[in-house]
Design a protein around this ligand. Sequence first.
Ligand SMILES: *[C@@H]1O[C@H](CO)[C@@H](O)[C@H](O)[C@H]1NC(C)=O
Ligand SMILES: *[C@@H]1O[C@H](CO)[C@@H](O)[C@H](O)[C@H]1NC(C)=O
Ligand SMILES: [Ca+2]
Ligand SMILES: [Ca+2]
Length: 304
Amino acid sequence: MEPFRVILLALAAAAVCSLDVRVATFNIERLGDGKLEKPEVVEILLQRYINFLNFSIPLGTPSLRMIQVSSYFFTRWQILDDYDLVCIQELTDEDGSSVPVLLGLLNEASGKEYTNHTSPRLGRTTYKEQYLFLYEPSLFQVVETILYDDTADDIFEREPYYVTFRSGNYMFTMGTIHVKPDDALAELIQFAPANDWVTENYGMQEFLLLGDFNADCDYVSGSDWDEIGLWTQPGYRWFVDNDADTTVNSNTDCAYSRVVAKGPDLQARISDVRVRRFDEEFGLEQAEALDVSDHYPVEFTLTV
Ligand SMILES: *[C@@H]1O[C@H](CO)[C@@H](O)[C@H](O)[C@H]1NC(C)=O
Ligand SMILES: *[C@@H]1O[C@H](CO)[C@@H](O)[C@H](O)[C@H]1NC(C)=O
Ligand SMILES: [Ca+2]
Ligand SMILES: [Ca+2]
């Protein structure tokens, strides 16, 4: 075959195989049964809600006929269904019973078939959290999971948790964390070494790192940044700026939720990163939005 034809075929194959998926990281504050018992929260997170504007048009003489007109007036799109893969922090449910409930509601409302993956329950005290991944198994399969082992020095309240997903022919490793606010600097300093530990022991070179880093405001500032390898090392690229506001509360302006990628191939696959201000989008009162979470999701496109 002529080289020209080979190149064309390769391009065509690449075009057919590459797919843009929407991904989000979302700290859903204290996600558990209580949260799912609030219909207004479920509606915002999971259910498409449509208000019809109904009006009648009189035709000819009043008694003759009226035409009933219904039109979509206002649609409140569910948040979670907008993503093919959602990485959630702060699942606090002790027995995990809220996960199938959440999944059932999501699948019913979206008509899709999401499934879940959960990390072990993490935390030093009886208060524990899990990382929760919701994804469509037709698009992603979990290949491997790794919990960073910090038993030697116990730096992390909730250790970084890595999930390698396969999507078609592409495999990527997503590492998530919910940094303890009061230990934010110490935990963030250890984050790059944790990735190096994964590389040394499991071989992954590139990482998609996301979650609630608490890397702003009272917890990390000024010269703290010089100590954080994840920030100073050239291999990492941060996709949410320090001046972003990922907090729902209008009194705080902090870039807590982040998306960072290590590795040039992975970095090139990330685009359209934005903080999703769902309160503005849906016209919610502050209190309504805060019932869902004190954090906004951060969303982006990943080309797989
Ligand atoms: C408007 O019409 C739609 C479709 O017939 C109906 O489902 C809805 O309940 C109506 N809304 C009101 C406020 O009457
Ligand atoms: C989905 O979540 C439930 C409840 O936490 C858990 O028992 C189950 O193992 C999860 N599924 C996977 C594949 O992790
Ligand atoms: Ca620990
Ligand atoms: Ca804010």
